[in-house]
Design a binder for this molecule. Structure first.
Ligand SMILES: [Zn+2]
Length: 211
């Protein structure tokens, strides 16, 4: 998850919350990523953060519309009492720790950083979004998701090695530093992972600034 700045007022959602204008605005503010797993979405769905259950006001409320992938939308369902990525008072990337596993087949690590129910519920949901494989379809979508995350992780490690290697050319070190900084930005897929791989690494923590 990542913090999202939602402009106010938003586009008119009163008649069609799936209109081109609304969907395009959501794509822009969510950086084209699912708000839960942070995968770049090619076939997005509009998720209602608070389930509308037939309430048309809630259904057409700009502030209740979130950009999501099919897998996460389906897994979240009517889950409530979650941290809200559009709430600027919460630093989502510090609230939930996400780390890559040491081998691709293992689950990614998701840990709430506070005991409060919203933190715990959000971590539980993200753990499901990343790892759940309780049906054939979810097994396939999990495999595809993990393949992408691990691909980015390999890039992360490669750049870290360039920085660590005393024989690296200064120009290569500069590029590696830039690449890692870009990965820690909110626009990068799976940015919460790269932030935590920097926070948790004494070698990188002082070198890469995270916003
Ligand atoms: Zn997702």
């Amino acid at each position: 998850m990542f913090n999202v700045i939602r402009p106010q007022p938003g586009p008119d959602c009163s008649t069609d919350y799936r209109s081109k204008e609304v969907v395009t605005a959501l794509k822009t503010i969510f950086h084209g990523k699912c708000y839960l797993c942070e995968d770049e979405v090619s076939d997005p769905e509009i998720e209602h953060f608070v389930p509308h259950k037939g309430d048309t006001v809630n259904e057409h409320d700009w502030n209740n519309l979130y950009y999501a992938c099919h897998r996460c939308n389906n897994i979240k369902g009517t889950t409530q009492e979650l941290l809200d990525c559009c709430d600027s008072s919460v630093d989502i990337s510090r609230a939930i720790k996400c780390l890559c596993p040491s081998v691709p087949e293992k689950d990614v690590i998701v840990e709430a950083q506070e005991a409060a129910p919203k933190f715990q519920n959000t971590a539980k949901l993200l753990d499901k979004c990343y790892n759940e494989n309780n049906t054939g379809i979810r097994g396939i979508s999990r495999e595809a998701l993990h393949k992408k995350i691990f691909g980015y992780y390999c890039t992360f490690i490669k750049n870290r090695m360039t920085l660590k290697d005393k024989d690296s050319l200064p120009s290569d070190q500069e590029k590696a530093m830039e690449h890692l900084s870009v990965m820690a930005k909110v626009s990068c897929p799976f940015s919460i992972f790269w932030k935590w791989h920097i926070f948790s690494d004494s070698f990188l923590a002082g070198k890469i600034s995270i916003k």
